[in-house]
Design a protein around this ligand. Sequence first.
Ligand code: TRH
Length: 387
Amino acid sequence: MSHPVTQDSSRKLSPARPDADLFCRVIDNFGDIGVCWRLARCLARDHGWHVRLWVDALDALARIKPQGAAEPGVEVRQLNDDTLSCLPARCVIEAFACDLPPALVMSMAAQHPPPRWINLEYLSAEAWVEGCHGLPSYDAASGLTKHFFFPGFTARTGGLLRERDLPAQRDAWLADAAARKHDLARLGMAVDTGALQLSLFGYESPSIATLIEALAAHAQPVQLWVPEGRSLTVAAEALGRPLRAGEVVQRGALALHALAFMDQDDFDRLLWQCDLNIVRGEDSFVRAQWAARPMLWHIYPQDGGAHLTKLDAFLDRHAEGLPAEVATRLRALHRGWNSTAAVPVDDWHAVLGDLPLLASHARQRAASLASHDDLATQLVMFNQPPI
Ligand code: TRH
């Protein structure tokens, strides 16, 4: 059940003080900034918050952020610990336990009352998340308390990032052939409507080679869209030739299209129009679920195989309601893709045969997940003073 979010009237009393300072340090790739930019946008667009987004790597933000008009309500600032001195916002969010600049923590401690201090954690479907979401943690150095905020898949977690109008936007775009054609053409995508559509945005996996082999032998034409990046490099190796954005390689039934890296909104459109999306990390993983299409998750590898526990926890939830043999194949595909051994070509064929069933399952899953409050809404509720 979605909760309405009431406006906090204290905002109007101090317009100069932002509602949130959101801190992001880019470890690698695009997930850290991808999540933070999306959260900043949701807080601003859906809740009217004024967000200062502090980022140490503005170049990473530039890759994913739609160009052109500024985003009302979001102020992007270069994060530079040495020069940071400003009045903290009412709510200070450190994403993924990135350390806050010490000078900021000192000014937070000097405020009465101090800002709400949130540590936004990584997404996991594991059961323990419910018990840890919202827990306080005392910071002895400053005397402040911060709270852990865990995204998640159940009502007892912080929820998933989702713009308020996302399902409606997705469905409207899919129903509007002219808009679709225009956007896809802008992205350099000549879509063959009779072809099976796949996208590939993962890391390196030996299964990319067997996927190509299976698709080349598929009974129906296939278009595989691969944005520039790590998976495209592996695909190019498998095909034995370099691949630049805009180039197409034909192998049997398969046309593999290399795409230029696009902004987050266009990346959504790519996912919306595909029959199977291979995604990774955290943000594209969530977006593939909102696309309501079958998906395969390339999870971010962690030391000691911790990511495999996370993967299993997700699959336990994701496969709920699927016929047992389809669920078993889906699980084996995920396990295979995330291992160092390639998924056998026959297994690919079997899963491609499951796509119609997986498609209706994905629609149900997306609708069920969308019945929970989204992450930005929950954060806003968490920040409201008790009545
Ligand atoms: O890029 P990722 O692998 O990100 C990460 C980081 O490695 C991070 O350190 C780790 O903590 C986290 O994963 C779990 O995958 P992710 O999360 O899917 O982020 C990719 C972002 O890039 C996402 O916001 C979508 C966006 N994107 C575009 O905007 N345009 C594109 O063309 C593509 C392919 C992706």
